[in-house]
Design a protein around this ligand. Structure first.
Ligand code: PGA
Length: 260
């Protein structure tokens, strides 16, 4: 069984470094030294240095929410991979739907960022997922195919094995609507099948594919129990330490029980 990764995407929250540190502290203290599931948090860039200090001595990974594909230069407002590494990051979220749809980010751009992230040994969390209209038009697999082949182009099987994917149906993000375990598992099985075709079975079996979209303490166990769901990318519920810890606990329960 792949080790589950539960990651908290804080997005544009909270608004002060004090509140961010308190949230990180709460997660750190609640988790302790447990490593049966992998855990990471993605605070806003400006809090990363401070939070890296808070997380010192804990197994919690630190993630950027995005990065640029160039390492340095005249790119106003951008943040690079080496900068994330320098402030203690282990992970970086790429191609989140709020960037693909909100900022017009393309799969080709996500691919450039992904290669830059791998170049500095950050663990990338590459997000993919269809909108509500695309699902209603039965375009889910076509959209996933475009996002997978575009975002992951040119990777070797070895590189692919180190990439985390997050299937996040856009209609489920921040809406309180969650994909049913059947809908989520079907999309994850499609993703695993594509990985098998392109990178081979051994690599496909190693890739961690998270589900994201209104994951909460009360739906985490059923989602995480699905055979091809290897963790959760959590937005809203990651902003309360108790809720995020409850989702981690759900992952620990599923891990202890094992899945087929
Ligand atoms: P949500 O966000 O849990 O608030 O739906 C998930 C995400 O955007 O990663």
């Amino acid at each position: 069984m792949r080790t589950l990764l539960i990651a908290g995407n804080w997005k544009l929250n909270p608004t002060t470094v004090e509140a961010a540190s308190a949230l990180a502290e709460g997660v750190k203290n609640g988790l302790g030294a447990a490593t049966d599931v992998h855990v990471a948090i993605a605070p806003p860039f400006v809090f990363l240095t401070q939070i890296d200090g808070v997380l010192s001595g804990s197994p919690i990974g630190l993630s950027g929410q995005d990065m640029y594909w160039e390492n340095s230069g005249a790119f106003t407002g951008e943040i690079s991979g080496p900068m994330l590494v320098d402030v203690g990051c282990t992970h970086v979220i790429l191609g989140h739907s709020e960037r693909r749809h909100g900022q017009g980010e393309t799969s080709a751009q996500v691919n450039a960022k992904l290669k830059a992230a791998l170049g500095v040994k950050l663990i990338p969390i590459v997000c993919i997922g269809e909108t509500k209209d695309e699902r209603l038009a039965e375009q889910t697999e076509a959209v996933l195919l475009e996002q997978l082949s575009g975002s992951l182009a040119g990777l070797s099987p070895e590189e692919m094995a180190g990439v985390v994917l997050a299937y996040e149906p856009v209609w489920a993000i921040g809406t309180g609507l969650t994909a049913s375990p059947e809908q989520a598992q079907a999309a994850h099985a499609y993703i695993r099948g594509w990985l098998t075709q392109v990178f081979g079975e051994a690599t496909a079996a190693r890739v961690v594919v998270q589900y994201g979209g209104s994951v909460k303490p009360d739906n985490a166990v059923e989602l995480l129990s699905c055979p091809d769901i290897d963790g959760a990318l959590v937005g809203g519920a990651a902003l309360k330490a108790a809720d995020f810890l409850a989702i981690i606990k759900a992952g620990q329960e599923v891990t202890a029980r094992g899945k087929s």
